[in-house]
Ligand binder design. Structure first.
Ligand SMILES: [Cu+2]
Length: 122
């Protein structure tokens, strides 16, 4: 009985940790949204062929942007000014972030510094 309870507690803790570790509250939707790849959400940057597409994206403050990694290697989405950093986005995974401040934000991949792009928040 005690064993079972401990297993449950461990399971709950793991779930909570996963939620905390993942800023992509819509991650589940994005992951299962692979089927919706034909019609990606408007605010999506695709990472493919070692590049961000589109390389320049303009959004409004408060909008959520999702980066989808379609490459077979991990990438990051890291703002030059440090205002956001996805950490490693595994192949096939995605990461999203809400644009909090207006202005121009240049970002790059920390693994591949030649991968650069710009986000403009209005
Ligand atoms: Cu990269």
């Amino acid at each position: 009985m005690l064993e079972r309870r401990q297993a449950l507690v461990a399971l709950l803790a793991a779930g909570a940790a996963a939620c905390l570790a993942s800023p992509r509250a819509t991650g589940g939707a994005a992951a299962s949204g692979a089927a919706a790849a034909s019609a990606p959400p408007a605010r999506t940057v695709v990472i493919e062929g070692m590049a961000y597409t589109p390389a320049a994206l303009t959004v409004r403050r408060g909008e959520r942007i999702t980066w989808v990694n379609r490459d077979i290697v991990p990438h990051t989405v890291t703002a030059r000014d440090g205002s956001f950093d996805s950490g490693s986005i595994a192949a096939g995974a995605s990461w999203s972030n809400v644009a909090k401040r207006t202005g121009r934000l240049d970002y790059a991949c920390t693994f591949h510094p030649t991968m650069t792009a710009t986000l403009v928040v209005r």
